[in-house]
Design a protein around this ligand. Structure first.
Ligand code: HEM
Length: 434
């Protein structure tokens, strides 16, 4: 017999609102729903009826086995309004063709060729850091990741545009973050329209310049220009990668630096590894694979604070999951955050333990650990993001000690799951300490 996916009862709602008030986080309310109702439940949001599916079998069902039954695109959502026909919001053949076009420029061997640029972009920002000062890591990491994504993939120096486009990018991220649009489609969008026009001016300008210039580079911009004469389609892909490729990495790096600052033993071990593997040299691809402890620190941070903590789909037809009926048109969510905190797969889930990734226990399946999603729509930039994170962290750890300032930090649901208050961290130069 088919079952209806449960809605929270009054007592479940009461418990989750207590959790929300206590921890000041919607994630705490979601965790409370999950522990009361199990791996399939309905969210009682007025105007945004959604089904939440949690855990490895749900992730496999949604992301791989029944992937064709679930659509990404949702007309009227801000992310669709912003990215138009970007790979992230396309479905079916349009998605798969774009994916085929872009994949070669994001494979491991290609990403390794971006390492020198990644270090150069990192250093442009690090050289402005003052010894013995407090740095807002979210701000600084955003500068670095914007420079890296634009230089590596599109051959563009973003530095001269940073000041002008910084507020535009922040407004656009706010526009696509969870907000009043979840409840009503009738929220004013005139500010977003102005911001979109401003970023479009920049994007169409670089497209025109690169179309006119002789082709010298082998990068994603050149692949896209060769693939299509439609500048609007190219604009959609560049903006998709600019947004998806920097805001996530900003969150990952800010959280990782916070964890390192807050766990001096972990920082010491990571620094010892960087010293032993790279010393004072510039990090190269040969070094990257040897930074195994730094890799575990990054992986554990992605487990605890997955920058994309939630994924959303729309059911294209009625379908059932483990005896539950999912009606056609339902909004179905999967949760990295809740999956990564399941006690049965992750003992002591709320504790930061990088060593759990060194032991490689058998229970870490592809669907219990999904910071980059899974299946044919998993993150196309997963390799890029992990190499970038190691390069940026190695450069920072070579030069600085980090100390947690004690400022209270909670996960904030913006366009990504980011540290509230921007992760302020005290830095001191290692060379001065030596
Ligand atoms: C720590 C960094 C990152 C995280 C945690 C992350 C996470 C994710 C996740 C979870 C998805 C799948 C979303 C879904 O199922 O709906 C995704 C898709 C995507 N990501 Fe990332 N991402 C990161 C970095 C990047 C970078 C650096 C790029 C580009 C250079 C990128 C580009 C994309 C694109 C284009 C998609 C859509 C893929 C498709 O639909 O085929 N991401 N990412």
């Amino acid at each position: 017999m088919k079952k209806r996916i449960p809605l929270p009862t009054y007592s479940t709602l009461w418990k989750s609102s207590q959790a929300l008030l206590r921890k000041k986080s919607i994630l705490a309310a979601l965790s409370s729903f999950h522990s009361s109702m199990g791996n399939a439940f309905r969210l009682p949001l007025p105007g945004f009826p959604a089904i939440m599916l949690v855990g490895p079998s749900a992730n496999r069902f949604l992301l791989t086995e029944e992937r064709e039954q679930f659509l990404w695109r949702s007309e009227g959502d801000p992310v669709t309004d912003l990215l138009h026909h970007g790979i992230l919001v396309e479905d079916g053949a349009a998605h798969d063709t774009l994916r085929q076009q872009m994949t070669p420029q994001l494979r491991h061997t290609k990403v390794e060729s971006y390492i020198a640029d990644m270090t150069a972009c990192t250093n442009k920002v690090l050289q402005q850091w003052q010894d013995n000062s407090v740095v807002n890591m979210s701000v600084e990491m955003r500068k670095i990741t914007l420079l890296i994504v634009m230089q590596s993939l599109f051959g563009e120096d973003f530095y001269p545009h940073m000041e002008e486009l910084w507020p535009v990018i922040l407004h656009l991220l706010k526009f696509i973050s969870p907000g009043p649009w979840l409840i009503s489609k009738y929220v004013p969008r005139s500010k977003a329209i102005r911001d979109i026009r401003q970023i479009d001016t920049y994007l169409y300008q670089i497209i025109a310049e690169q179309r006119a210039a002789p082709r010298t580079a082998d990068n994603l911009m050149q692949s896209l220009l060769a693939y299509s004469k439609d500048d609007h389609l190219i604009r959609d892909q560049i903006l998709t990668l600019l947004i998806a490729g920097h805001d996530t990495s900003t969150a990952l790096l800010a959280w990782t630096l916070y964890q390192l600052a807050n766990h001096p033993d972990v920082q010491r071990q990571a620094q010892q590894e960087v010293d032993a593997v790279i010393g004072k040299e510039m990090p190269t691809s040969a070094h990257i694979s040897q930074l195994t402890y730094v890799d575990s620190v990054i992986k554990e941070t992605l487990r605890m604070y997955p920058p994309i903590h939630l994924g959303s789909r729309v059911a294209a037809s009625q379908i059932s999951f483990e005896g539950f009926t999912i009606p056609k048109g339902s909004r179905v969510l999967y949760s990295q955050y809740l999956t990564h905190r399941q006690q049965e797969y992750w003992p002591d889930p709320d504790e930061f333990k990088p060593e759990r990734f060194q032991a490689q226990p058998a229970h870490h399946s592809a669907y219990t650990y999904i910071p980059f999603g899974a299946g044919p729509r998993n993150c196309i930039g997963a390799v890029f993001a992990q190499v970038e994170a190691k390069i940026v962290l190695a450069n920072i750890l070579q030069r600085f000690h980090l100390r947690y300032t004690g400022a209270p930090i909670r996960p904030h649901m913006g366009a990504t799951l980011e540290p509230s208050s921007g992760a302020p961290i005290h830095i001191s130069s290692r060379t001065l300490l030596a």
